[in-house]
Write a protein that binds this ligand. Structure first.
Ligand SMILES: [Zn+2]
Length: 244
């Protein structure tokens, strides 16, 4: 009963390993065949993707998450746990596929950023350059008094409203946990990146499993499949014998 689960963990890890951090969440979902409809996973809005990652995380490792974070004020290391449900943004309906922002005579139509958009952003670029690049990809049309405008001619004063409208239309894309330091009382909203969190867990679990396979294969000559088919209790017992 255990074989499938651990073999699947290793398959997912292997699928995610060659990907860059920005592509990896989509790779993991594609590898596990997430049912997100006809739209390729790299083209669904980030919040929709991240909701699917929360489901995947719960399916692989359960609903309890344990985190360690440093207090930004006093640097105390805080350990805390919470349920995956605390990260889910309730949405009555599907995320909007397009946002429309109007200011004066100018109306801007944008689609929501997706994995492919974020992967195109240069991490070394300034935040202004990143915003411009994202707008160039996501703005579908700009209209001023019935005439269409190039995205580059978008009034700069509209950019904050466009960002706010995108965030409001896809709230699951930027989840924050309200934390309080028990030592100094500092409170802050900590961003939570389920893609990075899940990958860290998956990598750690895969590394441990492979190490166990390696030790038992060396000691007993069993195949990977045979070792993974042992229950964790039996595997642990054999490992203790080998290590004794
Ligand atoms: Zn503190």
């Amino acid at each position: 009963m255990n074989t499938g689960h651990e073999a699947r963990l290793l398959e997912l890890w292997e699928a995610g390993l060659p990907a860059t951090p920005s592509w990896r969440p989509a790779r993991l979902l594609a590898a596990q065949g997430s049912g997100l409809g006809a739209v390729p996973i790299e083209q669904v809005p980030i919040g929709v993707r991240d909701a699917a990652l929360l489901d995947l995380r719960e399916d692989l490792f359960g609903s309890r998450l344990d985190c360690v974070v440093d207090c930004p004020q006093c640097r105390t290391s805080l350990e805390f746990g919470f349920d995956v449900g605390a990260l889910r943004v309730p949405t009555g309906t599907e995320s909007a596929s397009e946002v429309v922002v109007t200011q004066g005579a100018v109306t801007v139509h944008c689609r929501l950023p997706n994995t492919a958009d974020l992967a195109e952003l240069d991490a070394t670029a300034s935040s202004e350059e990143r915003v411009q690049r994202l707008l160039r990809r996501c703005v579908v049309a700009v209209d001023r008094g019935g005439q269409s405008l190039e995205t580059d001619h978008l009034p700069a004063s509209m950019i904050p409203s466009i960002g706010a409208a995108m965030a409001a239309a896809d709230p699951q894309a930027d989840v924050r946990l309200q934390l309080e330091c028990p030592d100094c009382g500092f409170q802050w909203p900590a961003a939570f990146d389920i893609g990075a969190f899940l990958w860290a867990e998956l990598s750690a679990r895969a590394a441990r499993l492979l190490r166990e396979v390696h030790e038992l294969a060396q000691a007993y000559g069993w195949s990977e499949r045979e070792i993974l088919s042992l229950t964790p209790l039996r595997r642990q017992t054999y490992l203790e014998m080998v290590r004794a």
